[in-house]
Design a protein around this ligand. Structure first.
Ligand SMILES: [Mg+2]
Length: 306
């Protein structure tokens, strides 16, 4: 793990080396700046975990330095602890007003300085862990547990973003694995799960970064292709279909192949998303009822691609 860094901003070399001596440890690195101006530059460059900031300095003072740090998006979240000889309540209050998290008074009692810094470092650690956990939860809420593809909820949000870009042409492809029930019945549910995971991987591998792919439900996958022509959408759908049909599955001693059927539409902004989904579902249904392992486009006229 990276060492945490504390940036000490103080115009006194003696104070800086005293603080460094007290705080530096195998897990904590101390950087020094000798003025507010230097402190701001170093804070932006080094992104320290915590800043210890002297109040009375030549050039801009600690209050002004703190205001500048708190007004910059790069440094506003770094906690600032004031180092102050002025421990009258007015100076302390002014420190909190400009955004300080805490203050320590000069001269230091080493144990107090250590203890205060420790509390702040622990808070920061908890904040970081919470943030990671929040990110994980957010990702879990939009991820399908089996295939690790995004789910329908994520798809709907991303699609809306594309729909809002009015001049962006969009195509939807809805794929369904053919005879999926039969795969489960013949080779077992492990095999069924493996097919879902493998088909997901094939689709994901062949799609572009900007395409949206999700597990729509059951054995269905929905894709949105932004900024493509009808010919490209059809070609891509068939390329995906053919790749799946060539793949040889091995599971629990069985070897087998499977196919997928796709419906394709150009997304129509004049009708609701739900109506578009109905249309793409209808194209898929036509593909199924006319023999499976094919892609059918439902716009502007039905075209069958076997
Ligand atoms: Mg000073």
């Amino acid at each position: 793990m990276d060492k945490d860094t504390i940036l000490v901003v103080d115009d006194s070399d003696i104070i800086c080396s005293i603080i460094k001596g007290i705080l530096e440890s195998p897990t904590l690195h101390i950087d020094i700046a000798h003025s507010g101006e230097e402190g701001i530059l170093m804070a932006k460059k080094l992104r320290p975990t915590l800043i210890l900031l002297d109040i009375i300095m030549n050039g801009i003072d600690g209050y002004e330095t703190c205001c500048i740090l708190k007004s910059s998006t790069e440094t506003k979240d770094i906690p600032v602890v004031f180092i102050t000889g002025n421990n009258d309540s007015e100076s302390v209050l002014k420190g909190f007003e400009v955004g300080a998290a805490d203050y320590v008074s000069k001269p230091f009692i080493p144990e107090e300085l250590k203890a205060r810094v420790k509390v702040h470092m622990q808070n920061i650690k908890i904040q970081r862990e919470l943030q990671l956990l929040m990110n994980e939860l957010k990702e879990m809420a939009v991820t399908d547990y089996l295939t690790k593809l995004h789910n329908r909820r994520y798809f709907m949000d991303q699609l809306q973003e594309f729909v809002n870009q009015y001049d962006l042409k969009l195509f939807l492809i809805l794929f369904d694995i053919d005879n999926f029930k039969k795969i489960n019945d013949t080779y077992g549910h492990n095999a069924g799960d493996m097919v879902l995971v493998s088909v997901s991987s094939i689709l994901k591998l062949l799609l572009r970064e900007e395409d949206i792919l999700c597990r729509w439900g059951g054995e269905e996958f929905m894709i949105c292709l932004p900024d493509v022509t009808e010919d490209i959408a059809i070609d891509l759908a068939n390329k995906l279909r053919k790749e799946v049909s060539k793949y040889i599955f091995n599971c629990d001693g069985f070897t087998f192949q499977c196919t997928i059927t796709g419906g394709i539409i150009q997304y129509d902004r004049a009708i609701s998303p739900e109506k578009n989904f109905t249309n793409v579902d209808q194209a898929l249904y036509l593909g199924k009822s006319s023999g499976k392992n094919r892609c059918i486009i439902n716009y502007p006229i039905l075209k069958v691609n076997e």
